[in-house]
Ligand binder design. Sequence first.
Ligand SMILES: NC(=O)c1ccc[n+]([C@@H]2O[C@H](COP(=O)([O-])OP(=O)(O)OC[C@H]3O[C@@H](n4cnc5c(N)ncnc54)[C@H](OP(=O)(O)O)[C@@H]3O)[C@@H](O)[C@H]2O)c1
Length: 277
Amino acid sequence: MYACHSSVPITRSDPRVKPETVLITGASSGIGKELARCFARDGSRLVLVARRRDPLEVLATQLRPASGIEAVVLVADLACPEGAARVFSQIERDGLEVDVLVNNAGFGAQGLFAQLPLDRQLEMVQLNATTLTHLTRTFLPGMIARRRGGILNIASTAAFQPGPHMAVYYASKAFVLSFSEALSEELSGTGVTVTALCPGPTATGFGEAAQMRRTPMFRLLTMSASSVAEAGHRGFRRRRAVVIPGVWNRLLTFSVRLVPRWLSRRIVGAMNRPRET
Ligand SMILES: NC(=O)c1ccc[n+]([C@@H]2O[C@H](COP(=O)([O-])OP(=O)(O)OC[C@H]3O[C@@H](n4cnc5c(N)ncnc54)[C@H](OP(=O)(O)O)[C@@H]3O)[C@@H](O)[C@H]2O)c1
């Protein structure tokens, strides 16, 4: 059902090579859960991270017999400043080395910046940007030393322009894209790659978590979580720096380059403005 392709040979059948360990944040639902299925097909050992234990356990229980892989569940709140350090301590206690880090956990909030609760917006910056940076800095040196591995960061098409009515979310994703692209260049020749996956509207729990009403942005061209994950996984295996799944998303992000920035932010503001119907 999930056709995940890979251009890098996967070595599960070779008993001399230990399987890569892939840590996926936000694996309890949506894109993260589908990415877990993709990496399971490769035979990777998985560390599934999120706050809700039950859906992680259900996923791990499904994947172990289906793919013959090891799947470890790690419950953590990554929107608190200690989250990344706690994950690292647990990984060390379990004696694991993380070969692939998938920074997927994230959320948005829709509304006017001045009216949305400050603590929620600061949590968003913490989860979407600060924890992502912390986990990257934690696991990257080991990958460089082993001369293998990579990081898949989930950005968004929101990364390409400012987003009135979701100002902090768009800014956090602009950070993820810029950071990932810069790292990808810095790591050239090290054997370690960084990919930014930039989905557009995707059918997941995201809209509900962001308390989004039916905006024109979300009514248009929503993709499935599995097709977004497949594209991200394929692009990561092909060592792409940036992956934008879906033709319409690629056209939209390209068109941003053709219009003045003031017009771009005005259009996005109109698209993001909540409608009652
Ligand atoms: N859906 C879209 O339209 C869309 C578009 C572009 C980019 N994205 C990005 O894609 C990524 C995945 O989102 P999704 O669409 O798959 O939404 P989702 O279904 O709501 O999944 C979000 C995941 O993040 C986890 N998470 C949320 N807060 C967390 C916290 N404090 N600590 C640890 N884990 C936390 C959630 O698990 P728990 O609740 O169990 O903690 C869940 O597994 C996000 O970075 C999002 O910004 C989504």
